[in-house]
Design a protein around this ligand. Structure first.
Ligand SMILES: [Zn+2]
Length: 418
């Protein structure tokens, strides 16, 4: 049997097309609530033993670290992407981490393409495209920039015509629908061996599990997933992180502004607070998440850490080494302290630096340990060893190594019927 090895993991070659779906911000509850409302018959059919699993995402529970873990099969300590944004100690600058130069491991997508598989990647926002498509010989484009796709840059052209849907706003549910519609068209017309679809969490930031908006989103997704299933693909779904309400009883955001706090404790500007959730698209969360990292002088670290750890709303305050060991992060890209807030609390820098005027719904966000549990759903029965701690970045292992092949499953069905 042909296998392929990358980043120390071995994968069986696919016998049917494999579609890995990363549903951004998909708290497990979204699936269960949508299924019980009757909105998602296909997803409902998978919420059973052997098809539905709970897995741990990477902390910080942000989009880029987790998407990169899923496509490389390893944690950020290995692939290097530990946030959307970081403070580069070498250049003394705060920079986005979406440039492939920060990626230290090859993706399994590129490895399969190099070995001869037809590979396609579709992402909602363009910020992920270059990382996911790094050194990939295949198709890779975003919904956001679908109209600009060229053969030379994206391995495909005339995407908008192919999908038959106008390019949606970057703040919309349709940006994710475009990903699924493109995935189905690609499967119909080119039948890739391996496809990675990654959505955006615009809806999850606004709508709680079971709400009308959430159920409508999952109903949309359900139809496309069912079509991929009907075309004979192995469909395996996971998420980059969960999502929780981050509000006080009155509905206003429950924020601890760390920079303001530290300026008061040790003097203005003596500590630098970095929020790795920061990216160019912050309207729906105001750059507020449950994870922060702090740069400050050594002699002040333990005092600050102890004070933070004792505060209401703080789940964890750790020194760099302890945090990087526990969460498998690259120490040189994290601050001297790592701070994680509790389920319904977020961390900010200074109050004056967060524009919350774009928040038209009570704040929902992520980043902490409280958003670590995510689903893995697969449309073929998978056998997973009892007691194994599943990670979301095991999804490719499950889709390729843990499922019974279709012929074996069909034989099993016949045996049961007989
Ligand atoms: Zn996300």
């Amino acid at each position: 049997m042909k296998t392929i090895e990358t980043n120390g993991r071995r994968y069986s070659w696919m016998t049917d097309p494999v579609v890995i779906v990363c549903v951004d911000g998909c708290e497990y509850d979204y699936l269960e609530r949508a299924a019980s409302s009757g909105a998602t018959p296909f997803i409902a059919s998978l919420l059973k033993p052997g098809h539905a699993f709970k897995a741990d995402a990477v902390v910080p529970t942000f989009t880029n670290p987790n998407n990169l873990s899923i496509v490389t099969g390893v944690p950020p300590a290995v692939h290097g992407i530990c946030g959307n944004y970081f403070y580069d100690r070498e250049t003394d600058a705060e920079v986005m981490m979406n440039d492939p130069k920060y990626l230290r491991a090859p993706t399994a997508l590129a490895a399969f393409a190099d070995a001869g598989a037809k590979v396609a990647v579709v992402t909602a926002k363009d910020k992920l495209r270059k990382l996911l498509g790094h050194k990939l010989k295949g198709i890779c484009f975003s919904s956001e920039k679908a109209a600009e796709a060229t053969l030379a840059e994206n391995g495909i052209e005339k995407v908008v015509e192919m999908v038959g849907m106008p390019v949606p706003s970057v703040y919309s549910a349709e940006l994710s629908e475009f990903v699924f519609a493109a995935g189905v068209k690609l499967m119909e017309t080119r039948r890739p061996d391996l496809m990675y679809l990654s959505t955006t969490d615009y809806v999850q930031h606004k709508c709680a599990p079971g709400s009308e908006g959430a159920n409508a989103f999952y109903a949309m997704m359900d139809k496309y997933l069912a079509r991929l299933d009907a075309m004979g693909a192995v469909v395996a779904l996971t998420a980059d992180h969960g999502m929780n309400a981050k509000t006080k009883a009155d509905g206003s955001p429950d924020v601890i502004y760390l920079q303001d706090l530290l300026d008061g404790w040790i003097g203005a500007g003596r500590a630098r607070v970095i929020l790795p959730i920061t990216d160019p698209y912050v309207v729906h969360h105001g750059a507020l998440g449950s994870f922060a990292t702090i740069y400050l002088e050594e002699r002040e670290r333990e005092l600050v850490r102890t004070r933070l750890a004792g505060m209401a709303g703080i789940e964890l305050a750790l020194h760099n080494a302890d945090a990087c060991k526990r969460f498998e992060l690259p120490p040189e890209r994290m601050g001297d302290l790592v701070v994680i807030s509790t389920r319904h609390v977020v961390l900010g820098t200074s109050g004056s630096r967060h524009d919350l005027s774009g928040l038209d719904a009570p704040l929902r966000s992520h980043g902490g340990i409280s958003e670590q549990v995510v689903p893995i759903l697969v449309n073929r029965a998978a056998s997973v060893a009892e007691g194994r701690r599943l990670r979301n970045f095991d999804v490719l292992d499950i889709a390729l190594n843990a499922i019974a092949s279709r012929s074996t499953q069909a034989a099993g069905e016949r045996a049961r019927v007989g």
